[in-house]
Design a binder for this molecule. Structure first.
Ligand code: SF4
Length: 339
């Protein structure tokens, strides 16, 4: 059975040609998939019944199942999705009361090889890359389930997107062309995979690059993120500066703030020094404790102190709003529970 999700209009035209139908029919199917979020071929009501029956013999809209769905009191919805091989990933829809934006946080891999010490996904190790179709399915599943149109996509779910860059780039292209989500509304977040950053720099795209820094010096970062051993802060800085120079785009620096570990005044000062000549905004993410480790959330005072010190250095700093605090909000938690 052919899965329609992820196919370009040209690829759908091959199917309609084989069924002796016009290119216009392919366009209708394409719109049903990406803009009207059809769940089944029967939903495509402007196709004749005969044609729908023919199509149903050779194709389905999707082969992904919602295994678990959790809804937070703040409107965040978290899904555990299952692919036909039985592997599962998490996808989250975030909405913010004061904004019209609907942001899908998508996964790029099953498991992850990067093994950050604060992350439940990393504990499982790498299982496999997602195909671009499987990445797209995540956003379409949200749209089908909610009847809403996703406006922003962030690659901040499970996996390291720059270690699956071919599929991530293809998915980004489809988000842009078929879902009509502007490149500037797509963010790719990386733990600091330098070859991937260099490749993105050459592509000169308008999407946002977010870098998970989490520590301003080598030893502490290595403890939190073993990837620091391979791609250290000094080399990372050169790659990020080169990225900014080539693309002209401002980077987002993500900093997970953990009590008594990286939330100190010296850490804030070192971070300010590290970032002083980098065109970037900083996003502080207060750690959300999980059962998997002993890390703690910093006090509100410590969060504000860290923010002020960075702002003092001239950076624009935001503290990420906590979303889905009453559901298993941290990356990998929902899946961990099922396992
Ligand atoms: S935080 Fe991201 S990069 Fe690090 S182990 Fe988890 S999924 Fe991988």
């Amino acid at each position: 059975m052919q899965v329609l999700t992820g196919l370009s209009q040209k690829e759908i035209e091959i199917i309609t040609d084989n069924l002796h139908q016009s290119k216009f029919r392919a366009r209708q199917i394409h719109n049903w998939i990406y803009l009207k979020s059809a769940s089944s071929i029967d939903d495509m009501t402007d196709l004749s019944k005969d044609f729908r029956e023919q199509l149903k013999k050779i194709a389905v809209v999707s082969n992904v199942k919602i295994k678990i769905k959790q809804i937070s009191s703040d409107g965040t919805i978290k899904y555990l999705l299952e692919y036909p091989d039985g592997e599962c990933v998490e996808t989250v829809l975030m909405r913010f009361d004061n904004r019209a934006n609907l942001t899908a946080c998508v996964s790029s891999q099953v498991g992850c090889a990067v093994n950050c010490s604060f992350c439940a996904t990393g504990k499982r190790g790498f299982v496999r890359n997602l195909t671009y179709k499987e990445i797209i399915e995540q956003v379409l599943t949200i749209q089908r389930d909610t009847g809403l149109k996703v406006t922003n996509v962030v690659f901040m779910g499970q996996g390291e997107p720059l270690l699956n860059l071919d599929n991530v780039l293809k998915a980004m292209e489809i988000f842009n062309e078929s879902f009509q989500i502007g490149q500037r509304r797509i963010t790719v977040s990386t733990s600091g995979i330098i070859p991937g950053i260099k490749r993105l720099a050459e592509l000169d795209m308008q999407s946002t690059l977010a870098i998970s820094l989490h520590a301003p010096e080598h030893d502490l970062r290595k403890k939190l993120m073993p990837i620091e051993e391979k791609f250290n802060l000094d080399e990372l800085k050169l790659a990020l500066k080169d990225y900014v120079q080539k693309t002209g785009r401002r980077i987002t620096v993500e900093y997970l703030l953990i009590k008594d570990l990286n939330d100190t005044v010296p850490c804030a000062k070192k971070l300010a020094e590290y970032l002083f000549d980098l065109k970037c905004n900083v996003n502080i993410i207060p750690y959300n404790p999980t059962a998997d480790n002993d890390y703690q959330r910093p006090s509100n005072n410590a969060i504000m102190r860290f923010k002020c010190l960075l702002e003092h250095s001239g950076k624009k700093v935001t503290v990420r709003l906590e979303r889905g605090a009453d559901i298993d909000a941290a990356c990998g938690q929902l899946k961990g529970k099922v396992n």
